[in-house]
Design a protein around this ligand. Sequence first.
Ligand SMILES: [Zn+2]
Ligand SMILES: [Zn+2]
Length: 167
Amino acid sequence: MNCYCGNQQPFEECCDLIISGVNVAVSPEQIMRSRYSAYATKNAAYIYQTYASSSKKEQSIQEIQSWAEETQWLKLTIKHSDYIKNIDNSVDKELLLPTVEFCALYIHNKTFYQMSEVSRFTLENHQWRYADGDIAEHIEISHPKRNEPCLCQSNKKFKHCCSSKLA
Ligand SMILES: [Zn+2]
Ligand SMILES: [Zn+2]
């Protein structure tokens, strides 16, 4: 099974290595993917930990946790990510922060939602952190017909897949 983030590796060999601290995320995209997988696995502590310190004070682990509990994250698509070779390259704070543009699909209250965001990331103590983001689109989307492919990453028919999560 692919990682929650959509990479064709198991979670244990992908985002879990970063979430558990075995590996350090070497790019904004990797920290973005690991945060998405942390939402999918309802790991609020990690999501909180990977906010930039300037954003942490507006966050509460409990609120993140209850939001993660209420949602099922189905699919992540990375549309664009700034290429940054590795975290030893100094990033000039005066320059624009590197961004990752993504689209995510999730279920909340038995409804599919699609959210597109351009997220900004910053380095703190050689670790990538999520600074903030601009939501480009956040819409409710109608579910497929029973025999159509599901909207998630399963390649199954809708009736054999996420339809049960909407019942
Ligand atoms: Zn992953
Ligand atoms: Zn599905």
